[in-house]
Structure formats: structure tokens, C-alpha cells
Design a protein around this ligand. Structure first.
Ligand SMILES: [Zn+2]
Ligand SMILES: [Zn+2]
Ligand SMILES: [Zn+2]
Length: 761
């Protein structure tokens, strides 16, 4: 018999509120060990006593066989004096609120709970609020720490004896599951339709009927309301588009199962894993249908998610009984650019006239949280929108420092609070030019500061003086730091990968305020020894009308065509602008010539817009990047002769001149070449030009590492093409994964800029 030993084991990571203590309890039983386990200040602490080899095997198993929703960052153990314990117990958490406790993110319905939900004999049959330590609401219901029921929006529900028994049994899946509930004691749904209301199972049944009949409904989910309707009813989608004032913007769909997703779209192994993950994001998938119609008109990709709450799963079960297994459109319950609705009065006030009915419930949403969006590119899953399932979990930084707050930018806003080497990004907040979103920002910041107990010593914000995010930052007490937009983009990649050596940042996006007061957006930035400098960009061109050029995309096209052909452009390229009213064309041309309301820009986003116009895709967009997304959707993967871009200037001031490419594309278009052909040549051309510029700058600066960021890199062809070209040239290439490449990841870069003490060279 080996000697008896006792070890104290500290486990750090996402280990609270995810069933970790029952997991440890069961393992201790398996290895016949005595001792105890408890939650404490930094995670979970265990003392385990028994024969040496059994204790060692137990320690290995603690992290190797962790619960699905847990994340183990470290397991540290040391020998202590055996205490002669005879049994293993779960002890109560320590009294003081831990400063480093992690609030878990919301977790999608687990397989066990789904099984019970669909089991007629189970007491939770079709009960839309079932959950356990492996699944259910977390962040969205937390009001304060520690994460215990009285500090959640479940505080008002008193557990019935059956639920209480589960809650108190260490071997039960619902042991200390804070939102534990059942039909006897828990929340319930309420349907409001045509002035009538009903509740409970009848409400779910009726909801399924209404959806089946093609009605649009507002459905309360985990972090807010969805607007839902059948995805196979063009008339319903048309009404939804009219009401949301979104004529073309892609809508995500929910399908009942992975098999149903595969029927609709091509699904890779990584995409399948994301669909069924506890985060359950919207996954952008390649559509099987060549006909790129509703619900994502003109796009080869469709946003797909699986039912992630028991309410969704129950609804799909009822729909299946009625013979419907098709996708439902599930789009955020809001008007364009406003925050997602979170309660019944909100829905009645804001969604009246859109939704024919609403299915709400009485478990309040404390932290609203939109669906997250992921996509696969260059062999990796990447976040396009980081919200439900991911927030508020931290991004690990390579080093810490005093806490900072970074306020992000105005589009796709998120903020970032740091604590030691952890960066907590807020969930996606949205467009801050919308006043309701400014309120959402402030409310969320207050929640984060309270939950995480962070008082930042410095506030970083975008360099743009007129941004709402900058104004919010200026109004806060303490030190401020203005960070150039594209430097922050590039540093968001460095922060993610823990890069602290010199690198070249390539930031391609729509708009960012430059240090010369112009609108930047195609930046090649050299980072060396905590200094950054601009080494290259697209040639500047005028943007007549400013921001309106992101929607009236013929405007940047006109500026580029005029620059490419000179004053005689009409003789060779007037035919491109037939769809634009002559008077308007004339006015805008005069604006360009006189410089009135025509700021200079080197925006890569506007260049993509312009080429989608020249290719014949459209003259006007109804949502940001519509033209470029449709242009990319035409790519077939076949090789094409790249349009030529010229490189001008020299070291420290390299400029990519698109004029030769503009002329070639115009010629192709006027010769009747197909948009797909022009798209292929354009993508090949810009990849080659960016690769040539990046390698030339990196070589002369002695850099071997390149970080790619900015919203334009959500273009899969560009990211993969440029990554491949640079890797083939011997460079190490990094791009965003954990945070969006778009402005949703900007706050991380700003925070890292502040923590590392970067400045412009
Ligand atoms: Zn569960
Ligand atoms: Zn109960
Ligand atoms: Zn940006």
C-alpha cells in the first residue's frame, strides 16, 4: 500500500458556475480520495488525500476531463500534511467577494437538458427555462458578484422542493446551478397577440402556429429579443425588411439541427464545432444554393445558428410536430442601429407595427447581449461580432499593468477594461452615433466596472475629435490618451498573439482619423520599440460628400476614375455612370474639382466600394460594405490576371496608386465583361499590390512579422490571398481571431497601446 499523501490544488480559469466542483467531487469518488473542494478568491481550491499514485492521477484528471463549459488556465499543487479525512465534501464558498472571480458567459442548452426537454415523461418536458451547471443564462442575468442566485434576475423565484433537492445534491447536474428552475417554481412565457394574451405551454403552442402561418413575432431570448419569421416565406421577409428599414441587409437564420444546417450550407469541421459549441454563435456558412436570394440577397454566405435556449428548442420541437423543419429568420429585435430590445415594454414601444405577436417571459434580462457572429477564414475561426457566449470572458494579454479603459470607436463599438493581464471586452454595443447606444454603452460600462471591480487609471479613446466615443471618454475623470485608429487595429492583433517585438501592421478599413487630419484606411505602419510610424498607404483621393460615399458608392468611383483618366475622363469612361442622374453627376464632379466637402482619403473600404460599382454590381448600397460583399460573393476561386496597381514614392512614404487598375477595370466593364470576371481580377490585383508594398516596407525596416487587421480583412479572399503571399515571402503573418478585425476589436488595440506606452515616432 503506497503511503497516504495530501495535496492542496489550486485551479484557475473559468471554473465557477460551470459545474466544476461536482466534477471534482465525482473524480474524488472515482479515485477513492478524501478531502474537500471549494470556490474561492482566484478559482477553485481542492485538498485531496489518499494513496500517492491515486492523488497524482486525480490531479491529472481534474483538468483533462473538465466540464464542457469550463476553461482551465492553470493547475498548481503542493504537498500538505495529511489530515486523516474520511470523506470528500464540497464546502461553502469563502465569505469575501473575490476580486478576480470570472463571471461566466451564457451557455447554450446542453445535450442532457435537451434530452429532458424533449422527453414527455420528464417534469421539464418543453419547459423553456431548463438549465444546469453545464448550460443556461449567466452573464445576461448577473446583477452583482458573487455569481449567486440572489444577485441574479432569478432572485424573485423561490425554488420548489424538487429543484432545491437538485440544487443541494453534489452529484446532481443542477448542484448549485444558480438559475435552476422548473414549471412549478420558475419563470414562464407569455404570448401577446392581437390584444389577447396566454401563458405557459399554450403560449408556446400558439407561437408555433403563428410562425407557421407566416407571421412575424418578437421572441424574447437570452440577451434580447429576436424578430422571427419563416425563412421560406418571401412575403414575411419583405414585411420584416420594410419594417426594419433594411432592404437588403443579410438576416441570420436558425435551423433545428446541425443536419439541417448541412442541408442548407456547406459546413466544415471547424464550422460544425462552432455551431454546436456552448457559445452557439451565428456561423457564416457557404450557401449550397446558387440562387443567392433571401434571406441574404446577393451573398454567397448565410449566417446560421442552432437553437441555443430551451425556448428555441421547444419551439422547433412544436414546429416539427406540425411538419415544419425549415429555417426561421432570427434577426435582432431592434430598428437599424439601435440597441436590441430587452423587455416587454421596450418591445411594445419600439417594435409595435413590426411584430404581429410577442413571446416574452418574466426572467428579466439584466445585461443585453446580441448574438455573436463567427466565420472561418485562412483556416481559422474568427469573430466578426463578439457578444453572447463570449462576453464577458477575458482575452489574455502577454503582460499586465495598471487597469485601463479603452472606449473603442463609433462603429461596431465595444469597450475594453483591463485587470492585470486580462482584457475584458464588452459585448458588441453598436453604432454610437445613435443616442440609445450611447446609453447602452454607459449602462454596460457601469455593469462591467461593478462586476469586475475595476477602476481604470487611464482612459484611451480614438483620435477622432468628433466621435461620440471620444466625447464619452473626455467626460470621464482621470487621464486620457488619444490613439490613432489604425495603430489600434494593428495592435489588437499584437495583443491577441502576445507579440512584443517589432512588426509591420497592415490596417485596411473604411474610415479612421489620421494624424494629418485626413481620412486614413489603408495603412502600412511600422512598430518598433514602442514607437510607430506610417510607412505607406493608398494614394489619397477626394471623397465628395464625405461619409455618404460609403452608401453612394459611385461617388468614390467617380473620384478614382477622374484621377485615373484626368480631365478627359468622360471621353473614355462616361459610360460607367449611366445609372447616375446627369445633374447629380455634374454636381459631384464640381465638388471634386473645387474641393468643397470633399475630404482627402486613402480608405481601402471606399476603394472596394468603387470597384464594386465599376464592376457593375450597384451604384448605391443600403448597408455598409454591401458592394464589396456582393463583389466577393462572385468569386469562384479560379485564377485571374491581376489588375496592375503602381507603387510610388519611397522609403517611409510608399503609395499604392490604383489608377492603372481603375482604367483596366473600366475598360473591361465597358467591353461588357461580367462582374465576376472583374471581381476576380480586382481581388488578385489588390492582393498582389498589398503584398508587394508590405514586403518592400518590411524588408527596408528589417521586419519579419506582419499583422493584418481592419474591417476590410473580413474579406476572405483578401485575407487568405495576402496571408499566403506574405508567408510565401518568408514572413510570419498574424490576423485577428478572438476579437473582430473590424472596429469591434479596436478597443483591445487601444488598451494594449496604453498599457505598453506606445507613441508615434
Ligand atoms: Zn444543461
Ligand atoms: Zn422547481
Ligand atoms: Zn477601423
Amino acid at each position: 500500500m503506497p503511503p497516504i499523501v495530501r495535496k492542496k490544488i489550486l485551479v484557475k480559469g473559468v471554473v465557477q458556475g460551470v459545474g466544476f466542483r461536482p466534477h471534482v467531487y465525482k473524480l474524488a469518488a472515482e479515485y477513492s480520495l478524501a478531502g474537500w473542494v471549494k470556490n474561492d478568491a482566484s478559482g477553485v481550491t481542492i485538498e485531496a488525500e489518499g494513496p500517492g499514485p491515486a492523488v497524482e492521477a486525480f490531479i491529472k484528471a481534474v483538468s483533462a476531463r473538465r466540464p464542457a463549459a469550463a476553461r482551465v488556465d492553470s493547475v498548481v499543487s503542493r504537498a500538505v500534511v495529511p489530515a486523516g479525512d474520511k470523506e470528500f465534501v464540497i464546502t461553502k464558498s469563502g465569505g469575501k467577494v473575490p476580486a478576480s472571480a470570472i463571471i461566466p458567459a451564457d451557455l447554450a442548452l446542453c445535450a442532457d437538458c435537451r434530452g429532458e426537454l424533449l422527453d414527455k415523461g420528464d417534469r421539464r418536458y418543453l419547459y423553456p427555462f431548463t438549465n444546469c451547471t453545464n448550460c443556461g443564462p449567466r452573464f445576461t442575468i448577473v446583477k452583482s458578484v458573487p455569481y449567486d442566485r440572489p444577485y441574479t434576475t432569478m432572485a424573485g423565484f423561490k425554488m420548489c422542493p424538487d429543484c432545491l433537492r437538485e440544487y443541494g445534491d453534489p452529484l446532481n447536474r443542477r448542484f448549485h446551478a444558480q438559475p435552476n428552475a422548473c414549471p412549478v417554481c420558475g419563470p414562464s412565457v407569455k404570448l401577446e397577440s392581437g390584444g389577447k394574451t396566454c401563458a405557459g405551454p399554450a403560449a408556446l403552442e400558439k407561437t408555433a402556429e403563428l410562425l407557421l402561418a407566416g407571421k412575424i413575432g418578437a421572441l424574447q431570448s437570452l440577451g434580447g429579443f429576436h424578430l422571427a419569421c419563416r425563412a421560406d416565406r418571401p412575403a414575411a421577409i419583405k414585411r420584416l425588411r420594410a419594417a426594419k428599414r433594411r432592404p437588403h441587409k443579410p438576416f441570420a437564420v436558425m435551423v433545428p439541427s446541425l443536419a439541417a444546417a448541412k442541408k442548407l450550407c456547406f459546413v466544415s469541421a471547424a464550422e460544425a464545432a462552432a455551431l454546436v459549441s456552448p457559445e452557439a454563435p451565428v456561423v457564416m456558412l457557404g450557401r449550397r444554393s446558387k440562387n443567392m436570394g433571401e434571406p441574404a440577397p446577393g451573398l454567397s454566405r448565410l449566417g446560421v445558428m442552432l437553437p441555443y435556449t430551451p425556448l428555441h428548442a421547444a419551439l422547433f420541437a412544436l414546429l416539427a410536430k406540425k411538419g415544419f423543419s425549415g429555417p426561421l429568420v432570427m434577426t435582432s429585435g431592434n430598428f437599424r442601429d439601435e440597441p436590441i430590445c430587452k423587455d416587454g415594454p421596450d418591445v411594445r414601444a419600439r417594435l409595435r407595427g413590426v411584430a404581429a405577436f410577442s413571446l416574452s417571459h418574466d426572467r428579466p434580462i439584466h445585461n443585453r447581449c446580441d448574438d455573436s457572429v463567427v466565420y472561418e477564414a485562412a483556416g481559422e475561426l474568427r469573430l466578426a461580432r463578439r457578444a453572447r457566449g463570449y462576453a464577458p470572458s477575458a482575452v489574455k494579454l502577454p503582460a499586465g499593468g495598471a487597469s485601463v479603459l479603452a472606449c473603442g470607436a463609433d462603429l461596431k463599438n465595444t469597450f475594453c477594461l483591463t485587470r492585470g493581464a486580462e482584457a475584458f471586452l464588452s459585448q458588441h454595443i453598436g453604432d454610437l452615433s445613435e443616442p440609445l447606444n450611447q446609453g447602452f454603452f454607459k449602462e454596460t460600462l457601469a455593469n462591467y466596472r461593478r462586476l469586475l471591480k475595476i477602476s481604470p487609471s487611464l482612459t484611451a479613446h480614438d483620435l477622432h475629435p468628433d466621435y461620440a466615443s471620444s466625447a464619452i471618454a473626455r467626460a470621464l475623470p482621470g487621464k486620457k490618451l488619444a490613439v490613432q485608429h489604425h495603430a489600434a487595429h494593428a495592435l489588437s492583433v499584437a495583443a491577441e498573439y502576445g507579440l512584443r517585438k517589432p512588426f509591420l501592421g497592415v490596417a485596411f478599413d473604411g474610415t479612421g482619423y489620421g494624424t494629418d487630419g485626413r481620412i486614413w484606411g489603408s495603412e502600412f505602419l511600422v512598430f518598433k520599440g514602442r514607437r510607430w510610424s506610417r510607412a505607406g498607404h493608398l494614394e489619397y483621393f477626394p471623397l465628395p460628400g464625405g461619409d455618404i460615399g460609403a452608401l453612394e458608392i459611385w461617388r468614390p468611383a467617380l473620384a478614382l476614375v477622374k484621377a485615373a483618366y484626368g480631365p478627359g475622363w468622360r471621353g473614355q469612361a462616361a459610360g460607367l455612370f449611366k445609372a447616375v442622374p446627369a445633374a447629380k453627376l455634374h454636381t459631384v464632379e464640381r465638388m471634386i474639382d473645387s474641393g468643397v466637402n470633399s475630404p482627402q482619403t486613402c480608405s481601402m473600404g471606399r476603394l472596394f466600394d468603387a470597384f464594386s460599382f465599376i464592376a457593375g454590381i450597384r451604384a448605391e448600397a443600403t448597408y455598409e460594405a454591401q458592394g464589396p460583399m456582393e463583389l466577393e460573393s462572385l468569386l469562384s476561386g479560379r485564377r485571374a490576371a491581376p489588375y496592375a496597381f503602381a507603387l510610388r514614392g519611397g522609403e517611409g512614404d510608399l503609395r499604392v496608386d490604383p489608377s492603372p487598375a481603375v482604367r483596366a477595370a473600366a475598360r473591361d466593364r465597358l467591353a461588357g465583361k461580367a462582374p465576376a470576371y472583374i471581381s476576380a481580377r480586382f481581388h488578385a490585383g489588390i492582393i498582389a499590390a498589398a503584398a508587394a508594398a508590405a514586403s518592400s516596407i518590411a524588408k527596408s525596416a528589417g521586419l519579419d512579422t506582419v499583422c493584418l487587421s481592419g474591417g476590410v480583412f473580413q474579406n476572405r479572399a483578401l485575407l487568405e490571398g495576402l496571408t499566403g503571399a506574405l508567408a510565401a515571402g518568408g514572413f510570419k503573418v498574424y490576423s485577428n481571431r478572438q476579437v473582430p478585425a473590424n472596429d469591434g476589436g479596436l478597443s483591445l488595440g487601444q488598451a494594449w497601446y496604453a498599457l505598453e506606452g506606445y507613441r508615434q515616432a
